[in-house]
Design a protein around this ligand. Structure first.
Ligand code: ADP
Ligand code: MG
Ligand code: MG
Length: 872
């Protein structure tokens, strides 16, 4: 068992043993890049050190001694040599990068004599003393745990008194005096002289780095990032190269491409005549790496070439630390560069163009959620960084919008007519707000969840929406919104970011327009590698066209209730609901039918041969009832009933818990004529199209089934009605009948239900609601608390609760499959557009997912990733 590896003997695959830094230093050396020699004490030693009572075990010390010997031979330098002394850095580095969390000591091996020797050898005393004083400071901080400030204060004061920019600008005597003072501090703080023996310094520093694995900030960082405490850090010991040597030396950090936008340009900072952390310490202002290009073109092009070589070798953007000693460049660290979502997409696609990676690899590197940034406007990074955040709500519909706030649909319509950009602000929206939602640039609500009216409608329109923003009080009456710190009145500007769910004060700048070419390429690739169909949830021909624009494979959920809300028919719908007997109801339904047939005709025509799942009426009837006095009056005029009759009929429909009330197929179990009318309209529309020689692919979906008898009855009703219409029209075609699986009981008896179904579509919104017993419309009042107290890590209405709801889905799939009957399986809940949930659904055996049109690209990439990973 080896505890120590020379850089020559490691590779990038050995991260868990050598840490990320060590593994990459080894990799870089072995491919011939300029890396100062050194060795790595493995992560395994970290725990041996703890077990051994925070002391390095003898066997490890022996190996370190041997490694130092080898390093001395290779470098031609020796610890405390009077001719050519060796100085090293001692650097931490875990398998997963934890930037700045653990400790590093530079210039180790130095003492007064060695410093004098270096000064003489280089004829550069300021440089020699600079190394020494830096070493005392770092060693004292890391190993002796003496507060940094004690040294900083002395140094700062001396610089100020002498009007010097840096330590090296001081007179020799002053430098030596400072060093003397530093040494006295150590003597006072520890009661012992500062260690002068290089070997002692090294062993103590190695131990301190191992100890730093468990310092407070490292522990906190790991907890926050979900990094395991059991990884441990490695310790890298490396020959020093000196960026603080002179004006032809320096140190810097760089990204091989711009991490904010992905542009193929070096991005980073550099300081001449500096060492280590000077660049990030903020004492001196570093220069952008690009400025080297003009002043030191050959240096720049050499750095660029190294960055490119690294990129090619690692096949990804690199985050690099380097030092230049008298014109010679040395690489001191490389790792995968972190980047914004936007940059990630551009970089992955550019790499494919450059032949660095293939399409599959590129797809795997793209966060499915991030493709929404290609679709929607976004605020510029700078604007976001500088803006005041008013509140955070749900990222209900992605994009960005800025405008004056108004509190009613009518005010929005008027403002738009005046040419204003505006944002509709409501506690929650209702179908009556539609005109305002259409004219607004964005929508903000203080209540309602991811499936609230505002969220669903906004997504279908591709309009930015922040919903359920409980942090703000919406005072619709006084036309003002309030947060603890601000009040924003009607007509004043806010900006909302629906991608992140943020609300900003004032007007934010947008970033440049997106290239949709990139999106098209991505969709093409995902189609190539995915076996999963991605359908859209689309209720109108406009939605359907949007869906086809994203190459949707069909419609997985066409809700028919939206069709009931349109101005011209809501009266007939209300008449139907308040009907006092069958005859009255049938008369009202007859009025709705032509509208409905027209709707179906148009959407079926748009979709053609692509499958379309039409869900028959689902919501509780009271949702359609008159809301205002004026509505009631209109209805009274329309029906000839008195207002008081209308009110008492409405009251009779009141339900205490409408989500569990008279809705879904229960409506048609009691009023079969409703589904009968809808079937007549749908089959009638398809007949008409057939006569026009346009093919259709209709799937009729019965919602909220919990008992097989419900579906059996509904199937009979639909089949009989369809047969009647077809024979009347003299036309025949195939269609399917299936159900939504959204009640836990339906999952449990899915085999029995399957007997009457051609397809199952999981309605995971209701399934989540009923399995968790969380009302999806009320859950926001405690959602944030639940997230904070870690009851769950993500909102279960956003990402499927795999532990609680997942098994329900699995159970139903297994039961359905156990019948041996071919049955199509899909999902149409909001989770159908969530990448994490999609992985689960495909794993469970679903064949398609369906989501809002604008989430199709996300769903396509997520499913392609599933299939690519499966093949790996
Ligand atoms: P961190 O993990 O906090 O970045 P590092 O171990 O990378 O810590 O060290 C920080 C910096 O110290 C490096 O970026 C580099 O500038 C400097 N450094 C480390 N080792 C050496 C060395 N052998 N020669 C010169 N500079 C070094
Ligand atoms: Mg580093
Ligand atoms: Mg439902």
């Amino acid at each position: 068992m080896s505890w120590v590896y020379d850089f020559e003997n490691g590779s990038k695959e050995m991260k868990s043993l050598l840490g990320g830094k060590g593994a990459n230093l080894a990799e870089m050396s072995s491919i011939g890049l300029p890396v100062p020699q050194g060795f790595t004490v493995t992560t395994e030693v970290n725990f041996k050190y703890f077990e051994n009572g925070n002391k390095l075990p003898e066997e490890v010390v022996k190996e370190i001694d041997l490694a130092v010997k080898r390093l001395e031979e290779k470098s031609g330098q020796r610890f405390q040599d009077s001719e050519n002394p060796l100085l090293v850095s001692v650097r931490s580095g875990a398998a997963i990068s934890m930037p700045g969390m653990m400790d590093t000591v530079l210039n180790l091996g130095i003492n007064q004599e060695v410093a004098e020797c270096i000064g003489k050898r280089t004829d550069n005393y300021p440089f020699a003393y600079d190394n020494y004083r830096r070493f005392i400071q770092m060693y004292s901080d890391v190993v002796l745990e003496i507060p940094k400030i004690k040294f900083d204060r002395i140094l700062e004061e001396a610089l100020m008194m002498n009007g010097a920019a840096t330590f090296k600008h001081l007179e020799r005597a002053k430098m030596l005096a400072i060093i003397k003072e530093f040494l006295e501090i150590v003597q006072m703080e520890t009661g012992e002289p500062f260690p002068t023996n290089a070997r002692d310094q090294l062993l103590k520093a190695v131990e301190a780095v191992f100890r730093s694995w468990n310092n407070e900030r490292a522990i906190l960082y790991r907890k926050h990032q979900g990094i395991s405490d059991s990884l441990g850090t490695a310790v890298n010991v490396q020959r020093m190269v000196f960026g603080n040597y002179d004006g032809t030396s320096g140190t810097g950090v760089l990204f091989s491409r711009d991490p904010s936008n992905g542009n193929d340009k070096l991005f980073g900072e550099f300081l001449f005549n500096a060492q280590g952390e000077d660049v990030v310490a903020g004492i001196r202002t570093p220069m952008p790496i690009g400025s080297l290009k003009d002043e030191h073109p050959s240096l720049y092009s050499e750095i660029r070439k190294l960055a490119k070589d690294l990129e090619k070798h690692y096949k990804d953007v690199q985050d690099i630390e380097f030092t230049i000693e008298r014109g010679n460049i040395y690489l001191l660290q490389t790792r995968t560069g972190k980047r914004t979502a936007k940059a990630a997409i551009k970089i992955a696609m550019d790499f494919v163009k450059e032949g660095v990676i293939d399409e599959k690899t590129a797809l795997l590197r793209i966060s499915p959620q991030s493709v929404s940034t290609l679709l929607h406007p976004d605020f510029s990074d700078l604007a976001k960084a500088e803006a005041t955040i008013l509140a955070k709500g749900l990222s209900a519909s992605p994009g960005a919008a800025t405008g004056k706030i108004y509190f009613s649909a009518q005010d929005i319509v008027d403002a738009k007519a005046r040419g204003e950009d505006c944002i509709l602000v409501r506690k929650e929206t209702s179908p009556e707000d539609l005109a305002g939602m259409i004219d607004a640039k964005g929508i903000l609500t203080s209540r309602g969840g991811m499936t609230s009216h505002a969220a669903v409608v906004a997504r279908s329109m591709g309009k930015t929406c922040v919903a359920g923003c409980a942090d703000i009080v919406v005072d619709e009456e006084n036309k003002v919104i309030k947060t603890p710190a601000f009040e924003i009145k009607e007509g004043e500007y806010i900006s909302i970011d629906g991608t992140e769910g943020l609300v900003f004060l004032g007007k934010l700048e947008f970033s440049k327009a997106k290239t949709s070419d990139e999106l098209e390429t991505l969709l093409k690739w995902s189609k190539k590698y995915s076996k999963t169909k991605v359908r859209a949830n689309a209720d109108t021909p406009i939605d359907a066209k949007t869906a086809i624009g994203f190459d949707a494979d069909g419609i997985g959920l066409c809700r028919t209730e939206h069709m009931f809300f349109e101005k011209d028919r809501i009266l007939a719908v209300r008449e139907m609901i308040l009907a006092e007997d069958l005859e009255e109801r049938k008369a009202a339904l007859a009025k709705i039918k032509p509208y409905q047939m027209d709707d179906f005709y148009n959407i079926l025509k748009t979709m053609g041969e692509r499958p379309i799942t039409v869900r028959l009426l689902d919501p509780p009837l009271h949702e359609f009832l008159p809301r205002t006095e004026k509505d009631a009056e209109d209805l009274a005029n329309h029906t000839g009933k008195s207002i008081s009759v209308i009110k008492s009929l409405s009251e009779k429909l009141h339900e205490f818990n409408p989500m569990l009330g008279h809705r879904g197929c229960r409506l048609a179990m009691t009023y079969p004529e409703i589904y009968e009318m809808q079937t007549e309209a749908l089959i009638g529309a398809a007949c008409k199209l057939k006569k026009e020689e346009i093919k259709t692919n209709v799937e009729i979906m019965i919602p909220l089934v919990g008992f097989d008898k419900e579906l059996a009855d509904m199937r009979k009703l639909v089949e009989e009605t369809a047969a009647r219409i077809m024979s009347k029209e003299g036309v025949e075609f195939d269609y399917k009948i299936g159900t939504m699986i959204e009640i836990p009981r339906a999952c449990v008896v899915a085999d029995k239900i399957a007997a009457h179904a051609d397809f199952f579509s999981f309605g995971t919104n209701d399934l989540t609601q009923m399995t968790l017993g969380f009302s999806r419309d009320d859950v926001n009042s405690f959602m944030n608390e639940y997230l904070k107290s870690d009851v769950f890590q993500v909102n279960p209405f956003v990402s499927l609760d795999k532990e609680g709801v997942g098994p329900m889905v699995k159970l139903a799939v297994d039961k359905a499959k156990s019948t041996g009957k071919p049955i199509k399986l899909g999902v149409c809940g909001e989770h159908g557009g969530d990448a994490e949930s999609i992985q689960f659904f495909l794993e469970a055996g679903l064949e398609y997912v369906s989501c809002s049109p604008y989430r199709i690209p996300t769903a396509k990439i997520a499913s392609a990733q599933y299939h690519i990973r499966k093949e790996l």
